[in-house]
Each structure stands twice: as structure tokens, then as C-alpha cells.
Design a protein. Structure first.
Length: 300
């Protein structure tokens, strides 16, 4: 078994390859939930949904969010009626948010709601939210302290971030299911996701760092030079006090990493790192990188 730590961009591209080179029951993914948000009364868990839709074979891989060929009838009508739905939600996608919101309002843990939804979609991998209580990444900007999704979608990531914070009522705790998956794994792979908004929220769940201490941990850099492979990682790294680079990424993970993987093109050399083509611009490249990662774990 391999456990992956994943956000909604970057790591799912690696998971697409992993599906093809591993027994799918041997894949566990602990997914960031700090970008979750209640919209129009329903519960969106963008990173969990991206991973779930990927494994279900219905992910829109043009955008890497939402369902392929979804329609937006309800979103368009809700907007016309005057609801400020700043996130574009597809009709099929919304059905998932409605179902999950209903399960959670009835007291179900996010972990169990995710399991039910994954079963309905025929997902064979083990998809695990990082925690069962609400935690939100917020950014301090000229518009005030706003939800990460407000920054990324409404403001299109175009305003300056002064500070990144995580807001919660109850300190987030790693789930028993997540810790059991790590325990049962030969290795843990920190995928090439945004270190600040995707990976740190997972690592900050109580119990997570301790669980990783005795494990073989491989981390993939989401940077090539100072350019993130996707998303707003650069601005967030700077705002959180880290260099927007591979070295900054490794520093951010604070000594948990046994083997660091960088892109072959990355000019910022990290000592003892392993170099592969990590761009994953198509499925074939995802499969090739997945083979390399599995090879590293077998060699260990
Ligand atoms: N990203 C966008 O840039 N624009 C959108 O309208 C948008 C809608 C959306 C709906 C559901 C969902 O699960 C994700 C969605 N995303 C959208 C992606 C999302 O905001 C982020 O890319 C992820 O949270 C990054 O981890």
C-alpha cells in the first residue's frame, strides 16, 4: 500500500498514473479539506471531489475540477435569481454537494460521507479527508481576511496576500482511518501540490507528523525554479515566509522527508534529490512518473 497526501491540483495528475501501475485497492489518499466551503446550502470539498471524480473516471481533466461534460443549468438560474454563487458549480457536481451536505447535517463524519459517495461512484481506492471537523484556509488581503476560494476564484488570484491563516473552532485531528492507512503503507508520497494550502493543512492535523516520522516519506516538488507547476503556490509560499522554490518546499515540510524529487529542468538544486520529468502534461507522462516513484519505493 502507498498513502498519498494530496490537494486538488498536481497530485491528482500523479494519481492518474498511479492507478495504471498499482493495484487500485493498494492506493490510499489523504486529501486536504481546508478549501472546503458551504455554498448555496451545500458542502463543496473541492480536493476530495477532484480525487474522487478522477478515480471514478468522470473528472473534467481540461480544468482538473468538476465533472466532465457537466451542465450549469442550476448555477445559471441561481445566479439569475440573485444568489452570489461565485464558484461555478456543475449540475452533477452540485448533486454530490447536496448529498454530502445532507449527510453532514444529519451528523455523519466527512470520512463516512466520502466513503458512501466513493462507493456509489465505484471508486476502488481509499479516499480519506484529512480530518472530520471544519478547517478553513484564509488569506489576509486588501479585501480583508477571506476564504482561499474567494481569493482564488472571485479575485482570480490577482490580489496580494499578506498572510495565510487556518481558521477552526476545534483543532483539526488526523482521522483513525488516515492514520491506519499510513501505518499499513510501505511509503507515504507527498504529491506535487501546493505546500501551503494543500499539504501543510494535512501535516498540521494532530497525529499526522508523528505517524510519518517512522515512515519512508517521498515528497515531490511542485516548483520548477520559482514557477509553480500549477496554481498560486508562489504567492502563498512568499506570504507564509518560504522561498517559492524546491528548497522552500523542502523547508516547509520540516525534516519529514526521506527522499525529495525535483523536476529535471529545475535550476535550483536540492542536495540528494532525485530528478525526474514531473510535468505530467499527459496521461503517458503521469504513468511514467508513477513507475519511477514505485521504483524508488521498491528499491528502499
Ligand atoms: N476553480 C476555478 O478557477 N473556477 C471555478 O469556478 C471553480 C469551480 C469549482 C467548483 C467545484 C470544485 O470542486 C472546484 C472548483 N474550482 C474552480 C477549483 C477549485 O477552486 C480549486 O482549484 C481547488 O480548490 C484547488 O485545490
Amino acid at each position: 500500500m502507498i498513502t498519498f497526501l494530496s490537494g486538488g491540483t498536481g497530485t491528482p495528475k500523479l494519481l492518474r498514473g498511479m492507478q495504471k501501475v498499482m493495484d487500485r485497492h493498494e492506493i490510499s489518499v489523504i486529501v486536504n479539506t481546508a478549501e472546503d466551503i458551504w455554498i448555496s446550502g451545500n458542502h463543496i470539498s473541492p480536493d476530495v471531489d477532484t480525487v474522487m471524480y478522477l478515480f471514478a473516471g468522470i473528472l473534467n481533466t481540461d480544468t482538473w475540477w468538476g465533472v466532465r461534460n457537466d451542465t450549469f443549468t442550476t448555477h445559471d438560474e441561481i445566479t439569475r435569481l440573485g444568489v452570489d454563487e461565485f464558484i461555478k458549480i456543475g449540475d452533477m457536481d452540485r448533486a454530490v454537494h447536496v448529498a454530502r451536505g445532507e449527510m453532514m447535517r444529519n451528523g455523519m463524519r466527512l470520512t463516512n460521507a466520502t466513503k458512501i459517495l466513493c462507493d456509489r461512484f465505484g471508486v476502488r481506492e481509499n479516499v480519506l479527508p484529512m480530518t472530520d471537523t471544519e478547517v478553513t484556509t484564509q488569506v489576509q488581503t486588501e479585501l480583508g481576511l477571506i476564504h482561499f476560494q474567494e481569493y482564488w476564484i472571485r479575485a482570480k488570484g490577482k490580489i496580494e496576500i499578506q498572510k495565510v491563516m487556518r481558521n477552526f473552532n476545534v483543532p483539526p485531528v488526523a482521522t483513525d482511518e488516515g492514520l491506519a492507512a499510513i501505518e499499513a503503507s510501505d511509503a507515504v508520497v507527498i504529491g506535487p501540490s501546493n505546500p501551503i494550502t494543500s499539504i501543510l493543512p494535512i501535516l498540521s492535523c494532530d497525529g499526522m507528523k508523528e505517524a510519518l516520522k517512522d515512515k519512508f516519506v517521498i515528497a515531490l516538488s511542485p516548483f520548477i525554479g520559482e514557477e509553480p507547476i500549477s496554481g498560486p503556490a508562489g504567492a502563498l509560499m512568499r506570504a507564509a515566509g518560504f522561498a517559492p522554490s524546491s528548497i522552500g518546499t523542502l523547508n516547509c515540510y520540516g525534516g519529514l522527508v526521506d527522499l525529495f524529487v525535483q523536476d529535471v529542468r529545475d535550476p535550483v538544486k536540492v542536495d540528494h534529490s532525485v530528478r525526474f520529468d514531473t510535468l505530467m502534461t499527459d496521461e503517458e507522462k503521469s504513468v511514467a512518473l508513477a513507475h519511477e516513484i514505485v521504483g524508488l519505493i521498491k528499491k528502499h
